[in-house]
Design a binder for this molecule. Structure first.
Ligand code: FAD
Ligand code: NAD
Length: 403
């Protein structure tokens, strides 16, 4: 019998853990493993707020995929354009692939909720290209300001849409970067405005209120203005339109950053799997309902936290744990031995950075703030490097500047 072909789509946290664990669990004669990714590098999505603000070079956030996968894995650098589950086929920009078992781990895309102008005028914190573009755009605004005869102060206003974890972490980096940009471009810091617009009645909705207060106070001290309970309604070339209760307001800004939520990859929606905003509610063994050969993990999957009967927020923590379970379940199917295991998320905590030297979080049920939390965040970042690339990758890309 021919060896089964396993195809893994996406070399993010979920996809890389899956191929690395699977290549240890099944022998070369048991299965062919192919990994498809649009770039030849993996990026740490969880560090993109730093690259976007310009506080960490984007090359520190990425590494070559071939450095961390086994030589037995066939790596294909290409973009997935369609999944055809009925034909067991993947359509790529430059070709096609057949599979016996498929793992979809293509991550997320920004959710713009149909708000006018966001796609055209707002920047996102989504990948290395977007991060580079945003960092350069902000810097160009500072440089351009000094060349103008009639100074446009609005050019130096930066609006961040959403005070979820992405928005808050980006604000932490940005509020550290702006004073440096002001010095570099001889600009009075008072001319710069950083405004965060959040639709919910609080920043970091659902997070511990004491930690939210710490984060907001910390960022306000660094000059961030919060507009809470205020929704972005439109984005234009000149800024945004917001609404609080019945009151509409226009905020002029040189930079608008949309960090107000994500949805699963559109390829998943278009493949015909039943989904909610691109996320498929998978079975306990991580299969797409009705498909015995398609696993969906990471941000493309939706799993329910039974304790509160609500979906878990999509995180790298869960994507990596799903990668482990997915590899075990694939090996059961390939070998035809044993039983697939049900996925159980093991949430160790959540830490949000507030710039390089401060953070807030809960770890193993304990609340942490300040340098302790910041130290923990760097440990979590290093752990992700270790899980995928081992100690060598931690030495190469790890974060060791603690205080
Ligand atoms: P990803 O890691 O995003 O990987 C998807 C891969 O698929 C990428 O390599 C991409 O290039 C590739 N791809 C996409 N489309 C295609 C295509 N059509 N063809 C080929 N390849 C494709 N979570 C935490 O747990 N802790 C944190 O501290 C944390 N911080 C975050 C900070 C930021 C700024 C952001 C944006 C998110 C953060 N998250 C964090 C969430 C976390 O990053 C995601 O949940 C996680 O990356 C999901 O992993 P994944 O494997 O599903 O997708
Ligand atoms: P999110 O959905 O968690 O937060 C988006 C925020 O935008 C919400 O607070 C929402 O109320 C707000 N919003 C939505 N529409 C708006 C509008 N029109 N105007 C103003 N505000 C609006 O999204 P995220 O922050 O991008 O996070 C995505 C996922 O990544 C989450 O699961 C999160 O937990 C995870 N993440 C984790 C970390 C961490 O653990 N340190 C960091 C970043 C992201």
């Amino acid at each position: 019998m021919n060896k089964p072909k396993v195809v893994v789509l996406g070399a993010g946290y979920g996809g890389l853990i899956t191929v690395n664990r699977l290549s240890k669990l099944v022998g070369v004669n048991d299965a062919d493993i192919t990994l498809v990714n649009k770039n030849d590098y993996h990026y740490e999505t969880t560090w993109l707020h730093e690259a976007s603000a310009g506080t960490l070079h984007h090359d520190k956030c990425r590494y070559q995929i071939k450095e961390v996968i086994s030589s037995r894995v066939n790596f294909v650098q290409d973009t997935v354009t369609a999944i055809k589950p009925e034909e067991k086929k993947i359509v790529l920009e430059k070709g096609e692939l057949d599979y016996d078992y498929l793992v979809v781990s293509l991550g997320s895309q920004p959710e713009t909720f149909g708000i006018q102008g966001l796609k055209e005028y707002a920047f996102g914190i989504t990948n290395i290209n977007a991060a580079r573009q945003l960092r350069e755009h902000i810097e160009l605004q500072f440089a351009t300001y000094q060349t103008e005869e009639v100074k446009q102060d609005d050019r130096l206003t930066i609006v961040v849409g959403g005070a979820g974890f992405t928005g808050i972490e980006f604000l932490g980096e940005l509020s550290n970067r702006v004073p440096k940009l002001c010095r570099e471009y001889d600009i009075d810091p008072k001319k710069v405005r950083i405004i965060c617009v959040e639709a919910a009645p609080t920043a970091l909705p659902g997070f511990d209120p004491e930690l939210v207060e710490y984060a907001v106070n910390h960022l306000e001290r660094k000059g961030v203005e919060f507009k809470i309970g205020t929704a972005i309604k439109e984005c234009t070339e000149d800024g945004i339109v917001v609404a609080k209760d019945d009151h509409m307001e226009e905020i002029k800004a040189g930079t608008v950053v949309w960090a107000a939520g994500v949805r699963g990859n559109s390829v998943v929606e278009e493949a015909g799997f039943e989904n909610m905003r691109g996320r498929v509610k998978v079975t306990p063994d991580l299969l797409a309902p009705g498909h015995k050969d398609v696993f969906i993990i990471g941000d493309c999957s939706l799993i329910i936290n039974e304790e509160i009967n609500r979906p878990y927020p999509p995180t790298a923590q869960i994507a990596m744990q799903q990668g482990e379970t997915c590899a075990k379940n694939l090996s059961v199917l390939i070998k035809g031995q044993g039983e697939m295991e049900g996925f159980k998320a093991d949430i160790k905590g959540t830490v949000a950075s507030l710039g390089e030297d401060d953070a807030v979080g809960t770890v193993f049920g304990k609340k942490l703030v300040g340098t302790k939390a910041s130290f923990m965040k760097k440990m979590i970042d290093n752990r992700a490097l270790y899980m995928v690339g081992g100690p060598g990758m931690v030495m190469k890309k790890g974060k060791f500047k603690f205080f």
